[in-house]
Design a protein around this ligand. Structure first.
Ligand code: G6P
Length: 496
């Protein structure tokens, strides 16, 4: 059978493929794995179930044939340069992203961006429909593809369709700004199961459905009025509930146990001048992450003499992201100005206040950084989950280290033994940082043990297994039984 006519029983659809196409100016192109949590979660399910993954290879104006990688069939979807600007940078990341993150930055509404979003969503839906076997399960991911579920259902009513929203779903007072609010809700309601990070996100969605479309949404079930096969009115039930995502805990633990990683952690501390306290921030350079708030709090603590630059330092890793979007350019300038100011005002020779890195690092180096840091600062103003918080916890196999965690990150619903903070309250944040600095070892250990227990018991495999168990259960007469590799997932992740 030619690769293009192969069909699959399980299809994942996301904006990005789990590989990026790298095309150097002179030299041969290659595929590079992007090691996200989603890949780790879904790959074993794909390998066990004859799976395909539909997504964009991260480069404009290039068409690639489908190919196999690590036992998974990858189906690249092409985007033109104009579509990258309008659908990806524009509607996805300059309309939906700020809107869904509580308008921290003002969303921009452009009708041409919306038109591009509709066209590109249709292309993803067509690509998924073309590779899905009869009665297959299709799992669509994230805010870039919210119209795909309904488009798929129209084209392929035999499919069982799941959708997972990785970012927050805002309160109706904010969501209702969106000129296309009904179209997006109808797009999502094409799914049989819609997953969110937090119970509050699922609640916001149900309210939006009631207020905007007038449908009944009680508990976790939305009733969508439709026409039955005979043309008579019928009701289709859609489940909308939370499934908090997680990480590959075992993978992080394995790295944290490695002697070379531990040695690197010691080396990092030494290179930082062997201070008493190392604090760490690790984020995509995004305005939702509260990077400036954390630097302000740290700068004030130095200014007030509550911390001394000779024995306390902040390491900030800010990985480059969406660099052609104006708000991201401005943010980079602001953060880099702040780093310069704090270092200029408070640094001493051999003692930098903030070590700032605008790049990404391999996982080994990240785990070494986690092990080298006494305090992890997660000060997001709004965040669907924040997997870095879970990565820090999973890596601290020594049961040490303190997590300072924003209550506006989804992870706060689960990681209750962290020091929970409101990042807008700079005084409160400063007090929490000092509490972390002064925390006795016994308390650090008790808290970290509780945090580790939580993430170990709720890893990413359990997350995908619980979502897929509920999804394959909605159409028991036709959806295939997926091999999810989890025997203990009769209740969704996040529920006790
Ligand atoms: C968030 C989104 C993902 C997205 C990622 C990186 O985690 O939920 O859908 O892939 O950011 O952003 P990018 O725009 O580079 O794909």
């Amino acid at each position: 059978m030619s690769p293009s006519s192969r069909k699959f029983g399980f299809v994942v659809v996301s904006n990005r493929l789990p590989v990026d196409r790298i095309e150097p100016e002179n030299g041969e192109g290659s595929w590079q794995r992007s090691p996200g949590g989603l890949v780790t979660a879904v790959e074993p399910v794909m390998q066990a179930n004859d799976g395909a993954w539909v997504g964009w290879p991260g480069i404009a104006d290039r068409e690639y044939d489908a190919f196999e990688s690590d036992g998974v069939h990858l189906v690249p979807v092409a985007l033109s340069e104009a579509e990258v600007a309008d659908y990806y940078e524009g509607f996805s990341n300059d309309t939906l992203w700020p809107l869904y993150h509580d308008v921290i930055m003002p969303p921009t509404y452009h009708r041409e961006w919306w038109e591009s979003y509709v066209r590109v969503n249709q292309r993803f839906a067509d690509a998924a429909a073309a590779v899905a076997k009869k009665n297959a399960i299709v799992w669509v991911h994230d805010y870039q593809l919210q119209l795909v579920p309904a488009m798929l259902r129209t084209k392929r009513p035999d499919l069982t369709i799941g959708f997972f929203n990785h970012i927050p779903f805002p309160a109706y007072g904010i969501y209702s700004q969106l000129p296309w609010r009904k179209q997006i809700l109808n797009g999502l309601l094409g799914a049989d199961l819609i997953g969110f990070q937090r119970g509050a996100d699922a609640g916001n969605f149900a309210r939006a459905v009631r207020r905007s479309l007038g449908y009944s949404a009680k508990g976790t079930v939305v009733e969508v009025p439709e026409k039955g096969p005979d043309g008579a009115p019928a009701i289709r039930s859609v489940i909308a509930r939370h499934f908090p995502i997680s990480i590959d805990v075992a993978g992080y633990e394995e790295l944290a146990e490695r002697e070379d990683v531990k040695a690197r952690a010691a080396e990092i501390r030494h290179e930082l001048g062997d201070p008493d306290v190392v604090m760490l921030g690790v984020d995509r350079l995004d305005y939702t992450k509260g990077i400036g708030h954390r630097m302000k709090a740290f700068g004030e603590l130095l200014e007030e003499g509550r911390l001394d630059v000779r024995n306390a330092t902040l390491v900030q890793v800010a990985s480059p992201s969406r660099e052609r979007v104006e708000t991201y350019k401005t943010l980079r300038d602001e953060i880099e100005l702040t780093v310069g100011r704090v270092n200029g005002d408070f640094g001493a020779i051999g003692h930098q206040a903030i070590s700032y890195f605008h790049h990404s690092y391999p996982r080994e180096e990240m785990v070494a950084l986690f092990l080298a840091s006494d305090i992890m600062l997660v000060t997001a103003l709004r965040d669907g989950m924040n997997l870095v918080a879970k990565e820090y916890v999973a890596s601290r196999i020594d049961d040490d280290g303190v997590l300072v965690l924003s209550e506006f990150a989804g992870a706060a619903d689960e990681l209750k033994s962290a020091l929970l903070i409101n990042p807008h309250d700079i005084d409160g944040l400063k007090d929490a940082i000092m509490a972390a600095v002064e925390m006795p070892q016994r308390e650090r250990q008790t808290r970290m043990r509780a945090l580790r227990k939580r993430v170990r018991e709720h890893d990413v495999e359990r997350w995908s297994a619980s979502f897929l168990d509920v999804l394959s259960g909605v159409n028991p007469d036709r959806a295939p039984d997926l091999e999810t590799g989890d025997d203990d997932s009769d209740h969704p992740a996040g529920e006790k």
